[in-house]
Write a protein that binds this ligand. Structure first.
Ligand SMILES: [Zn+2]
Length: 160
């Protein structure tokens, strides 16, 4: 059954607005598979970077049960004006919208677990010689083979 997603989009004010400014991606942290690829900050609480960024900008904690959505559809982005406070329902609509057709390559693929920021981080760590592919794959929700392919440049090829 086809759903009319434009109706859902209209019900979440602020979503669907394409920011003209460039994203600012968090240089640190790992994607959390269960959180849909959002970047987390290291540390005991493993807080998600975009949530910390929102609180920092607005100088108040995120209300209980509320979500921070990305207007720019770029999970690692921590730019305050690209972030939007939303309810759990808004979040569900947002995720549904992101899984529809269009450009399916790389991180624009709604099913993609990785982003360029993560891929480059993996490569930097591999260069520094501190990659445990099994462990990293587990953290990122991909196989050790997928990590190896990233490191060897067989997937996620940089445009020179
Ligand atoms: Zn952004």
């Amino acid at each position: 059954m086809a759903r009319d997603l434009t109706i859902h989009k209209a019900k979440v004010p602020g979503l669907g607005f394409k920011p003209q400014s460039a994203c600012i991606e968090s240089p640190i942290g790992w994607a959390n598979r269960r959180a849909g690829g959002h970047v987390t900050l290291p540390g005991p609480a493993r807080r998600k970077a975009h949530r910390v960024a929102w609180e920092d900008h607005h100088q108040r904690p995120i209300p209980a049960g509320m979500f921070i959505l990305h207007r720019c559809d770029n999970p690692p982005c921590i730019r305050a004006d690209h972030l939007l406070l939303g309810t759990a329902r808004d979040n569900a609509v947002d995720r549904m919208l992101k899984n529809r057709g269009g450009d399916r390559s790389g991180e624009k693929n709604g099913r993609a677990k990785l982003t360029w920021a993560i891929v480059r981080d993996v490569r930097a760590q591999a260069k520094a010689g501190k990659v445990n592919r099994m462990k990293m794959g587990r953290e990122l929700g991909v196989t050790a083979t997928a990590i190896l392919k990233i490191i060897k440049g067989e997937t996620w090829q940089e445009q020179a």
